[in-house]
Design a protein around this ligand. Structure first.
Ligand SMILES: Cc1cc2nc3c(=O)[nH]c(=O)nc-3n(C[C@H](O)[C@H](O)[C@H](O)COP(=O)(O)O)c2cc1C
Length: 178
C-alpha cells in the first residue's frame, strides 16, 4: 500500500505545506511507503480538457496518482472552497483517482471555513468512487508560527488522520461482502 501526499498550495510560504510534511513524517514513522508531491515544483498547465493532457508534467503527475493507493491532499482554503490548483490537479489527472482512498488537510485563515472541502470530497466520491477518509485536519492561522506548526493538537489530529488513512488504505471497494 503506497501513499502520495500532495501539497497543492502555490504560496511560497504555504502553511498547508507544513501539514503535508508533518503527515509525510508521521507516515514514514509508521513504516509506510510515501511519495511527496509539491505542486509549486511541477508547474502544471491549466486544464483545457484537450492539449494539456499531453504535457509531460501532466503525464508524470498522473502516473504518481495512479501508482498510489492512498492520496492525502493538503489544500489552502480559498473563498470557502479548496484552492483552484487542487481542483486543476484533479481535472488534469482524472481517471487516475479511481477508487483511491483520499484524505484532506486544510490550512485556512479563520475557523469558519471547515466544511470547505465537502464539494471536492463529493465530486471525488461521485466521479471516481473514492473512499474519503471520514476525518480531516483543519488548521487556522493560529496553529502556525515562524514557518512551523505551533499547535500540538494539530500534530495530534494529523496522527489520528494518519492512523485512519492506514486503516482504510487498500479497503477493497468492489469485493462482495464475505
Ligand atoms: C484568495 C484567498 C481566499 C481565501 N479565502 C479564505 C476563506 O474562504 N476562508 C478562510 O478561512 N481563509 C481564507 N483565506 C486564507 C487562507 O486559507 C490562508 O492564507 C491559508 O494559510 C492558505 O493556505 P496556504 O498557506 O497553504 O497557502 C483565503 C486566502 C486567499 C489568498
Amino acid at each position: 500500500m503506497s501513499y502520495l501526499v500532495i501539497s497543492t498550495s502555490l504560496n511560497p510560504d504555504s502553511k498547508s505545506y507544513l501539514l503535508a510534511r508533518e503527515t509525510e513524517a508521521q507516515l514514514v514513522a509508521a513504516g509506510q511507503v510515501v511519495e511527496f508531491l509539491d505542486l509549486r515544483k511541477v508547474k502544471l498547465p491549466l486544464c483545457d480538457g484537450a492539449a494539456a493532457y499531453s504535457r509531460s508534467s501532466v503525464k508524470k503527475v498522473t502516473d504518481k496518482v495512479r501508482e498510489a493507493s492512498c492520496i492525502l491532499l493538503a489544500v489552502p482554503i480559498y473563498n470557502y472552497d479548496v484552492g483552484a490548483a487542487a481542483k486543476n490537479l484533479i481535472e488534469l489527472t482524472g481517471e487516475g483517482w479511481t477508487e483511491k482512498t483520499v484524505g484532506f488537510l486544510c490550512a485556512a485563515g479563520g475557523r469558519s471555513s471547515y466544511m470547505s472541502v465537502m464539494g471536492l470530497a463529493n465530486s471525488l466520491m461521485l466521479d471516481f468512487r473514492c473512499l474519503v477518509i471520514p476525518r480531516f485536519v483543519y488548521a487556522d492561522r493560529t496553529a502556525f508560527q515562524s514557518g512551523a506548526i505551533a499547535d500540538d493538537t494539530i500534530r495530534q489530529r494529523i496522527g489520528e488522520f494518519v492512523a485512519k488513512a492506514v486503516s482504510l488504505n487498500g479497503v477493497n471497494l468492489t469485493a462482495p461482502p464475505a
